[in-house]
Design a protein around this ligand. Structure first.
Ligand SMILES: Nc1ncnc2c1ncn2[C@@H]1O[C@H](COP(=O)(O)OP(=O)(O)OP(=O)(O)O)[C@@H](O)[C@H]1O
Ligand SMILES: [Mg+2]
Length: 559
């Protein structure tokens, strides 16, 4: 027995010699699928997306109308060179190496503010992927003022230490006043279609009407998406966390780290919506003294404080931290990119999940040249960024599938997307988007988020159903009319036989029968509805007359 015990101990010691720290860079190098680099096609799209999202964030934060150019050059044998250049504020010299060659380094993680990036890993992950697949360094140029030089860097990531390895640094001439340019060589596959770079850029143009994109694809064709508006979206404000969203571990950590000496000051300064009165109330409900020092409180007392918070009525978080697209610009974006016959959009009022405010927006484009016998197309967006992968894992898919589209005039089988000629856009805007993974592809299933999406979908669903019903009635009317018209000559013929042929004017009878038809049913120009985009059905229907208008308008399954 003792021999056994000895060998177990030896094993433990042997294992100890192999146990060591793992750097984040090593971890993600091995798990690159977690960051969106699981195949070559996706890697190309993800890299462009990380760079472009950063450019847009930086421009908007600096109040600059973004103009971004993207060049993808085919270097043959599955290698591509990606060059993304923006007119943003630029990056100060000392920060450039860390931003591009250190994972988990950024300006957005520690704040609650709506932006496209939030984790501080996007662009350095692209640099790492490029390095792993081609061995080439990232090349960066950045400039922050017309009178200052542009700084040039060639960077590798030292994955073992997760820190930048500067291959070359220099100052260069750059005609731009300010901005940033990144160049990466990587392994990839270029394909057009649903989950491509082209699709990402096209969808970005829909939800960002204020940006100009100049895109040169690997076939050296240039595509320009010009901005549709000269106004930047309202700059979202940064907010402090709301007390209702805080969890025990985080609360305890905040209490340890705070610069404020009393619980009262800690609560009013580090949280949103906590004024002096609310802070007092929280302390009272927690049975803690308002002048107690937060850093001296125990874990048990932190738990007490949390209970106190949850027992206190606190105003919902402010919502100027979110800048939605807006129903009108969203419709304009849809009209610009999708040729349909009917559009409807809605922006919900702000709601809250885990203390984080968010807004849901939904738009639909129905009919036109979209295929009618396949499931609807679902376009998903988070903080204006298109999400092209992992649709099945996303709450947006679940909410769409969970809406009863049959009552809005589309066919749908249990647990599936509805079928019909339609595109649905869902957008979540939030200070913190709850992605299911680091690659930011799908949104987690928070009940509050699911519910808001359902309500928004139902809102546009109702508009859709009244349109679809009206369209059906117009078509039915036209069918009926042509059916009756077909019989008029036969009726005239029969009358002729009845009253006797002498002096019978068949044409006059036909004419007057037609007149009766027009008078009875109103006038309507026969229209080929399916080919006709944007028919004004209100006008059309008014012409038909008001009869037969009492069909159901499509009910809701809940609410
Ligand atoms: N083109 C740019 N212009 C100015 N600053 C930039 C630019 N690109 C990146 N940055 C800065 O570098 C930081 C790191 O970028 P990175 O993409 O790695 O992370 P992030 O955008 O903060 O979050 P995410 O990982 O979700 O993308 C950003 O937070 C921003 O401060
Ligand atoms: Mg980013």
């Amino acid at each position: 027995m003792s021999a056994d015990m000895d060998s177990i101990k030896t094993k433990a010691q042997e294992m100890a010699t192999k146990q060591r720290e793992i750097s984040v860079a090593e971890f993600f190098a091995k798990n690159r699928h977690l960051l969106g680099f699981d195949n070559k096609r996706k890697a190309l799209m993800t890299t462009v997306k990380e760079a472009v999202d950063n450019s847009l964030d930086a421009c908007e934060e600096a109040g600059i109308l973004p103009e971004v150019s993207i060049d993808i050059i085919d270097m043959k044998e599955d290698r591509y060179r990606i060059i993304v250049e923006d007119n943003g504020p630029g990056i100060v010299k000392q920060q450039i190496p860390k931003i591009f060659a250190k994972l988990l380094y950024g300006s957005k993680f520690h704040r609650l503010k709506m932006s496209r990036g939030q984790q501080g890993i996007g662009i350095s992950a692209s640099v790492m992927y490029a390095q792993m697949t081609t061995g080439r360094p990232a090349k960066i140029v950045s400039k922050i003022h017309p009178n200052e030089p542009a700084h040039y860097y060639e960077l590798h990531i030292d994955t073992e230490k997760n820190r930048p390895d500067i291959v070359k640094e220099d100052t260069v001439e750059w005609a731009k006043e300010h901005g940033t340019k990144i160049e990466l060589d990587l392994e990839g596959t270029y394909q057009v279609g649903n989950q491509s770079v082209d699709e990402y850029l096209k969808e970005t143009a829909i939800t960002n009407p204020h940006i100009t994109i100049i895109y040169t694809n690997p076939k050296a064709q240039q595509l320009i998406f010009p901005r549709a508006t000269e106004t930047l979206p309202d700059e979202p404000k940064e907010i402090a966390p709301h007390p209702y969203g805080v969890e025990l571990g985080m609360l305890f950590k905040m209490m340890q780290q705070t610069q404020y000496r009393t619980l009262q000051a800690f609560l009013t300064n580090e949280f949103s919506r906590v004024g002096a009165g609310t802070a007092k109330q929280i302390c009272e409900n927690a049975a803690l003294l308002p002048n107690a020092a937060p850093s001296k409180l125990s874990r048990v007392q932190a738990e007490q404080l949390l209970k106190g918070i949850n027992a206190t009525k606190i105003m919902a978080p402010p919502t100027d931290c979110i800048s939605p697209i807006g129903a009108d610009p969203l419709e304009k974006g849809l009209r610009k990119e999708i040729n349909a016959e009917f559009y409807a959009t809605t922006t919900r009022s702000p709601a809250v999940y885990r203390g984080n405010p968010f807004i849901i927006e939904v738009g639909i484009a129905y009919g036109g040249d979209q295929p009618g016998d396949t499931p609807v197309r679902l376009m998903r967006f988070a903080n204006r960024v298109p999400l092209l992968y992992q649709q099945g894992a996303c709450v947006m898919n679940k909410a769409t599938v969970g809406t009863a589209w049959r009552s809005y005039g589309l066919s749908q089988s249990q647990g599936a997307l509805p079928v019909g000629p339609m595109t649905i856009i869902i957008h979540i805007a939030s200070v913190w988007v709850p992605f299911t993974s680091e690659s930011k592809e799908a949104i987690a299933h928070y009940p509050e988020i699911y519910k808001e999406m359902r309500l928004a979908l139902q809102e546009v669903g109702r508009k859709l159903s009244s349109y679809v019903n009206r369209k059906r009635r117009v078509r039915d009317e036209l069918n009926k009319r042509s059916f009756i018209e077909k019989y008029i000559p036969h009726v005239a013929e029969a009358l002729k036989e009845l009253v006797g042929a002498k002096g019978f004017d068949g044409r006059a009878v036909e004419e007057s029968l037609k007149k009766i038809l027009e008078k009875k049913r109103g006038t309507v120009e026969p229209l080929e509805f399916d080919k006709e985009a944007n028919v004004d059905f209100d006008e059309e229907f008014a012409r038909i007359g008001k009869e037969g208008d009492e069909e159901g308008e499509g009910g809701d399954d809940d609410e």
